[in-house]
Write a protein that binds this ligand. Sequence first.
Ligand code: BGC
Length: 255
Amino acid sequence: MVGIRGFGVDVGGSGIKGALVDLETGELVEERIKIATPHPSTPDAVAATVAEIAARAGWDGPVGVTLPSVVTNGIARTAANIDESWIGTDARTLFSTALGGRAVTVLNDADAAGLAEDRYGAGKDVDGVVVLLTFGTGIGSAVLHNGVLLPNTEFGHMEVDGMEAEHRAASSVKDTKSLSYKEWAAEVTRVLCRFEDLLWPDLFIAGGGISRKHEKWIPRLENRTPVVPATLLNTAGIVGAAMATQNSLEKGIAP
Ligand code: BGC
């Protein structure tokens, strides 16, 4: 028997990745399709790529799409690592038109990853408040309470000791400042301490590419809330986007 399926597309600064997802297990049904992000990454160019991915997969149902943006009511409000012309774009209508008028849900990339990790990954057996942080070019955040997402939290932009959190502790900062894991973990600790003093989460999930090397830095963190690495890694955004097609995320209703 074929379970409930959804199609998710994750739009990133370097690649746009999509796949059909089994929503009972959170696993990809087929290998993901990846196309390099067009340059410039304008709304029309990205929408054409999303449509191409769905066509290549032979999918004609609803599609969930992530953006590295604040997204309210389908409208992109910010643009991190994608063309600035996204700001103010009605992304839901744009993608829907590119996909022949079908239903589309658009959400922030970290929010999608948080939904997926909370349901199928590192947060699946955890009750209470789960905060997922993606450490990459910036820091993305997702806050969930018993599976309900509070969208667009943008904690990466919170000021921590006089500096934006993501300017202090994104994994890109480790590279540009040539920090050791020890030095970088000290910055991550400062950021986590600030977040936990305000949110009192039960668990932090650390995502982003650097979570693959978690044994080098998670044990060095000195904040009080447990931190575990994400387990879905590069499928989390796709899976969360696919989940978003199945529920009323935009209304804040639990998946
Ligand atoms: C953006 C967020 C995004 C995160 C990860 C931040 O700079 O403001 O919207 O989730 O980067 O891509």
